[in-house]
Design a protein around this ligand. Structure first.
Ligand code: AMP
Ligand code: TRP
Length: 355
């Protein structure tokens, strides 16, 4: 049995302000993974069109995500940082996956149901429905094996596995005939596979950062209340105000993570502290168990500001120099394209497109 070469891939959409959920659920993990892995980090500008077609400043938003990657510590020389639309293979492979995937698979996605909910079929783009097929193409274009994301993307990664599996099975004869693919195990089954079964990397103390105003709602770019989220561009005073005003319950902190059950706001703040300090919730409660929020919140403010302020400052500096960011993205796009073209040549052979 062989194994696919380990490769990390992830992406963030250039829509709206990045917040602490994006940072802890995704970008901070990207940074940690680059030490021991080959990584490709994408700004998924083609995904930005799915929910809203026309964007006032798509270029600026794209640069802002790239700046956040780099300001957070991603090294664009050792790894690849680029924007999706620079590599034509994403859209090309997505078309093929549109023909592999079934409409029912797409209609079952909870994110689709949330975003399309309440609108009729005339008001929702076909792209919003097909979005997970483009996401699968992003990953499988590089035959990536590991994908760090927040908890909300779990279902899309399961669908990516379904698409890979159906492609591997439907084209198994051609994959062998053309001399591509490797023998892997899926569960206990041996299969000859062209595309790997991706592994989601979701764990950590903050896989789902919740709103600061309501511990049962996800922290999100689209929440109308700015007090609900900490934006990566917020200054120290704003961060401090938002954490001071964050909703809590009247009890102090428990001494064990078990005691956070049924207390979503307390659980969220402890999870944020843990993720920002690379600790577990149990470690945090070992230090703060029994304390009131009047003691814990100032400590959380100090920690959040000390982690985020240098990133914010570097993002400001980087976005002020567009030619530098553009050069990084161009270089990343060229290197990504070289890898993508290898896959696309093989995929065209497997399908039987005449070249
Ligand atoms: P998006 O902004 O939707 O493109 O999301 C970019 C990344 O941030 C994805 O990996 C998401 O799963 C992650 N993410 C978004 N919101 C949250 C949240 N509230 N908690 C944890 N991760 C999140
Ligand atoms: N769908 C992801 C989100 O909204 C963004 C994304 C697009 C992505 N392509 C990807 C994440 C590939 C991981 C891998 O957050």
């Amino acid at each position: 049995m062989a194994e696919f070469q380990k490769l990390v891939f992830s992406g963030v959409q250039p829509t709206g302000n990045l917040h602490l959920g994006n940072y802890l659920g995704a970008i901070r993990k990207f940074v940690a993974l680059q030490k021991d892995n080959d990584c490709i980090y994408c700004v998924v500008d083609e995904h930005a069109l799915t929910a809203q077609l026309v964007h006032e400043d798509l270029r600026g938003q794209t640069r802002a995500i790239a700046a956040a990657y780099i300001a957070s510590g991603i090294d664009p020389k050792k790894h690849i940082v680029f924007n999706q639309s620079a590599v034509a293979g994403h859209a090309e492979l997505a078309w093929i996956f549109n023909c592999v995937a079934r409409i029912g698979w797409m209609e079952r996605m909870t994110q689709f149901k949330d975003k399309a909910g309440g609108k009729n079929a005339e008001q929702v783009s076909l792209g919003l429905l097909a979005y997970p097929s483009l996401m699968a193409a992003d990953i499988l274009l590089y035959r990536a094996t590991h994908v760090p994301v927040g908890d909300d993307q779990k279902q899309h990664l399961e669908l990516t596995r379904d698409i890979a599996q159906k492609f591997n099975i439907d084209f198994s004869a051609n994959i062998r005939k053309e001399g591509y693919g490797i023998d892997i195990k899926v569960g206990d089954e041996p299969v000859h596979a062209y595309f790997p079964m991706v592994e989601p990397l979701i764990d950590g103390p903050a896989p789902r950062v919740m709103s600061l105003r309501d511990g049962t709602k996800k922290m999100s770019k689209s929440d109308p209340s700015d007090l609900s989220r900490i934006n990566l561009m917020d200054d120290a005073e704003t961060i401090s105000k938002k954490i001071r005003k964050a909703k809590t319950d009247p009890d102090g902190l428990p001494s064990e993570p078990e005691g956070l059950k049924g207390r979503p706001e307390a659980d969220n703040l402890v999870g944020i502290y843990a993720a920002l300090s690379d600790k577990t919730k149990a470690d945090v409660l070992a230090d703060y168990g029994g304390q009131q929020f009047s003691v814990f919140k100032p400590a959380l403010i100090e920690l959040a500001v000390s982690v985020l302020a240098p990133i914010t400052e570097e993002m400001r500096r980087l976005t002020g120099d567009t030619s530098h960011i553009d050069a990084i993205l161009r270089d990343g796009g060229e290197r990504a394209n070289a890898r993508a073209e290898k896959t696309m040549k093989e995929v065209r052979d497997i399908i039987g497109f005449l070249r």
